[in-house]
Design a protein around this ligand. Structure first.
Ligand SMILES: *[C@@H]1O[C@H](CO)[C@@H](O)[C@H](O)[C@H]1NC(C)=O
Length: 503
């Protein structure tokens, strides 16, 4: 088999791959898109219009002699119903962290203390893209507040800060308010991403030593299906090597993520057909490209380079072909249509964060807010098709919990593909996990999803939700987080008083 990994064989294979790409394109009658067009489309569909494609600020030098981590307590102006609350009572912080493994990069983050107790777990949230700001989730999914149409902030009854001390980080560098004055700081892979986040966590726990002993969880969505397992492995490795402060990692949760591309690209046509957005004939024709996609992803593996780019182009032809058939369906939520280019309207995010009083409160100086960075998206293309499932079994064996959850109406990171890779994953509890029966995930006496779990592994299919589960099912998602962190998802959180009265 030695010959098969030789450079000559590799080039031959790539040549074949690329020449068959044109036949796949002809077969599927869908033009391949340039990555820049994917990135542009992603951003416009959300009604976002960042002024710059990436946050590379020439005038960022003045930050460089500031201390490594600069954090301030703040209070958002226009926070409805909190005129009396003091900045100290709110426990809201915004900060910049100077990244050590960089030339001149600073990472922006929000830290919201739990509304319930300082003892609550520390949770970090990572939005995907790649290249979209975690503030998207903060204001539209699971943060302490949502943005009203008049640009006031209204408290979110189901914010995840009700059960955790939660961090929202703008990353990779160049995303959101995170910036550098040096283009070389743009990240291209999970090593860059996870080292930066690991370094940040070290600095954060040094700044807040009383939180370091709390339980710690990594969460996020979409492309964070790559970031989350990479960071979990990085933290675990750091703990084992006694590198810096011990981070009390208890688990990681991936929401509608992209983690195991070979399996997930194989599920696209099946999901689309099951949901009635393509016919059997279309399904069969589209899946003719699948063997080529699968060989390309296999060649890409966990650390391929050009082969991973080739896989990106080949495999995304499958997704494009489905979209071409499905018309104006919103691929984050197939129950919805996209009107023109617009699938969601997150434009208030930019309007809100570009207000001068808000910027002053956050201490961002004249740094731009890049809601989604097309440059960061393209810089991560080589990383896209890499398999991030491979590092997970070792974490499970060491008792670190994993929850994979997925809103049932999302196409792009659909539940079927996620369920398949979770079931296919080889670990000591695989047999029992596969044999475990599905149980209802009940919230307020009605079924909010269906759950499969064994030991540290849980898979939850969430009803009536698309790609952004906490936006579509805020109450169920808060329940999910709470039960998963504290005990078991399958058990209702037991209210001791109710138990006593029923006895
Ligand atoms: C803005 O909208 C919120 C929520 O609808 C409302 O509570 C608040 O009073 C409004 N503020 C102003 C200044 O109109």
């Amino acid at each position: 088999m030695k010959g098969y990994s030789s450079p000559a064989f590799l080039s031959l294979f790539l040549l074949l791959l690329l020449s068959s790409l044109s036949s796949v394109v002809a077969l599927l009658r869908a033009p391949p898109r340039l990555p820049s067009l994917y990135a542009e489309k992603l951003i416009r569909q959300l009604n976002l219009f960042p002024d710059e494609p990436v946050n590379i600020a020439a005038n960022a030098g003045r930050f460089l002699d500031a201390p490594r981590l600069v954090e301030r307590r703040f209070k958002f102006p226009n926070l409805v119903g909190s005129t009396d609350a003091s900045v100290r009572e709110l426990g809201h912080h915004a900060g910049y962290y100077q990244i050590p493994r960089s030339h001149a990069a600073r990472m922006f983050y929000f830290f919201f203390e739990s509304r319930h107790s300082t003892q609550d777990p520390v949770v970090i949230w990572l939005t995907g893209g790649p290249g979209c700001s975690s503030e998207m989730a903060l204001f539209y999914e699971n943060g302490p507040f949502t943005i009203a149409n008049n640009l006031s902030l209204v408290w979110n009854e189901y914010g995840w800060d009700k059960v955790s001390n939660i961090l929202y980080v703008d990353q990779p560098i160049g995303t959101g308010f995170s910036f550098s004055s040096d283009r070389r700081d743009i990240r291209h892979n999970e090593k860059g991403v996870s080292d930066d986040l690991f370094d940040f966590l070290q600095a954060f726990f040094k700044e807040h030593p009383h939180l370091a002993k709390n339980d710690f969880y990594i969460t996020g969505e979409s492309y964070a299906g790559h970031y989350i397992p990479a960071l979990a492995a990085r933290v675990h490795q750091g703990n084992k090597a006694k590198e810096g402060i011990h981070v009390n990692l208890k688990g990681f949760a991936i929401g509608n993520g992209l983690t195991d591309p070979a399996i997930q690209y194989g599920a696209y046509a099946d999901y689309a057909m099951d949901m009635g957005i393509i016919t059997q004939t279309e399904h069969d024709r589209i899946n003719k490209a699948l063997p080529l996609c699968e060989s390309a992803v296999k060649l890409c593996g966990t650390d391929g380079t050009i082969s991973c780019m080739a896989a990106y182009f080949v495999c995304n032809t499958i997704f494009s072909a489905i979209i071409a058939r499905a018309g104006d369906v919103n691929y984050y939520d197939i129950r919805k249509k996209c009107e023109g280019n617009l699938c969601y309207d997150f434009s208030n995010l930019e309007k809100f964060l570009n207000q001068q009083p808000v910027r002053d409160a956050l201490g961002v100086g004249d740094v731009q807010f890049v809601s989604c960075s097309s440059t960061v998206y393209q810089a991560m293309l080589m990383d896209w098709m890499r398999n991030l499932e491979v590092g997970i079994p070792a974490l499970l064996e060491d008792g670190v919990k994993l929850l994979v959850y997925a809103g049932e109406y999302d196409l792009i990171c659909n539940w079927l593909g996620n369920s398949r890779w979770v079931h296919a994953m080889e670990w000591s509890g695989q047999k029992e996990f596969i044999a475990a029966s599905e149980v209802p995930f009940e919230v307020d006496g009605s079924e909010a999803g269906v759950l499969t779990s064994h030991g540290p592994l849980s898979f939850l299919k969430v009803h009536d939700a698309g790609h952004m589960v906490p936006m579509d099912q805020p109450k169920a998602s808060l329940e999910m987080l709470k039960r998963w962190m504290h005990s078991s998802l399958s058990r209702q959180a037991v209210d001791p008083e109710a138990l006593v009265s029923s006895m």
